[in-house]
Design a protein around this ligand. Structure first.
Ligand code: ATP
Length: 361
């Protein structure tokens, strides 16, 4: 039986071109290599799963390949990875420093990738300072961390710093689409949208969620199945609840909320999502802000249509009411009532403006 390799490993980018969403960084690195301006100590910082280790490995391979004919020679043996989370003592760093002195046997550089570098002990950091300041010519250090603020200034000032960005929902979605296609998995665009949203800026998470969902849903990812599997309140719920708000249909609103709770969703999760839904309707109101609407092309029209039914001042108040309910939720003794009240207030809000403003009636 063929062994299953998780997508995050199987699809680790092999060249800078394949790295998604970090163009500023990859371009800077490519230029630095081409112009021989690469610093010897680099610090890659940013959230988890956005390509720091991946870029460090690509860089390590690329600088060693320069001047070699065989592009497949990967010089993996010139790349040393140290996980500072589990090797954080002075002795670990001293061992490393001893190794650093010895030049590589083939290729030009030995590249040391120190992951989670913020975990090094204070003594280990200090032992490392001197080497970092005057490394041998054949050594390049790439320090990677999710927590730049924990790195002492003396280390920071010796490194060229690269701030990796969170992956946007769109970039994550497009990458997932490529991965899905290459695995023969068919999908609705909205299904990938939900996965990308859930991953919250981390590509590794997007790929692991994708694997999980495929093993649950099989090779056809529908929006509904993915939302159900990930316990995400689908935007359909919000469109429906908002329609009931517009119709001032309080009984059905209370029933809809009951249904949401009965399905096991959390009340606060619902309210937070409702506030975001109103915000999404708000950005539909102006062509300049439509680009801020992060939903799939397939569904945009549903949002536009609903936005037409709500005045922008009503939307501002609606966002305020939902947001206030969200803020009060944790401290409330009766959370269900709090959300129900919020829904009733929202319903009366559209009712009141209709009275005040007969254009809508
Ligand atoms: N920018 C990206 N483009 C394409 N794939 C990515 C990107 N970032 C992460 N990945 C995917 O996620 C996996 C893990 O990425 P990587 O190890 O580079 O993350 P990291 O930023 O070093 O995270 P951590 O801080 O948790 O170590 C990669 O193997 C790859 O499949």
């Amino acid at each position: 039986m063929e062994q299953f390799v998780v997508s995050a490993r199987k699809y680790r980018p092999q060249t800078f071109k394949d790295v998604v969403g970090q163009q500023t960084i990859t371009n800077t690195l490519i230029n630095a290599i081409d112009n021989n301006h690469l610093a010897q100590a680099l610090l890659f910082t940013g959230p988890r799963g956005v390509g720091k280790t991946t870029c460090a490995r690509i860089l390590a391979r690329k600088i060693n390949q320069e001047g070699y004919d065989d592009p497949n020679e990967d010089f993996a043996f010139n790349v040393f990875e140290l996980d500072a989370a589990s090797n954080n003592s002075v002795d670990d760093i001293r061992n490393l420093i001893d190794q650093v002195r010895i030049p590589p046997q083939t290729g030009k550089y030995k590249v040391y990738i120190i992951d989670e570098v913020h975990m090094l002990s204070a003594a280990a950091f200090n032992a490392f300072l001197k080497t970092l300041e005057e490394p041998p010519r054949h050594a390049i250090f790439i320090l990677a961390t999710t927590e730049k603020h924990k790195i002492i200034p003396t280390i920071l000032s010796r490194c060229q710093i690269f701030d990796f960005k969170r992956i946007t929902i769109n970039d994550a979605k497009n990458h997932l689409a490529e991965v899905a296609t290459s695995q023969g998995v068919s999908f609705e665009e909205d299904a990938l949208q939900i996965i990308a949203q859930k991953a919250d800026g981390a590509m590794r998470d997007a790929l692991s969620i994708f694997d999980r969902v495929v093993s649950y849903c099989g090779n056809n990812l529908t929006r509904q199945a993915v939302a159900e599997n990930l316990s995400v309140l689908d935007f359909d719920y919000y469109l429906k609840v908002t329609d009931l708000i517009i119709q001032n249909d309080i009984p059905n609103l209370l029933l809809a909320y009951n249904d949401i709770l009965a399905k096991g969703f959390d009340g606060q999760h619902f309210v937070t999502g409702l506030a975001s839904h109103f915000r999404n309707l708000m950005v539909c109101k102006n062509p300049a802000t439509v680009q801020l609407l992060e939903v799939s092309e397939e569904s945009k029209n549903l949002f536009y249509q609903q936005a037409l039914k709500l005045d922008q001042y009503v939307l501002i108040e609606a966002i305020g009411i939902a947001n206030e309910c969200d803020l009060k939720f944790k401290n409330s003794q009766n959370q269900r009532l709090l959300v129900e009240l919020c829904l009733m207030q929202l319903a009366s809000l559209t009712q009141n403006t209709e009275k005040k403003n007969p254009v809508h009636s």
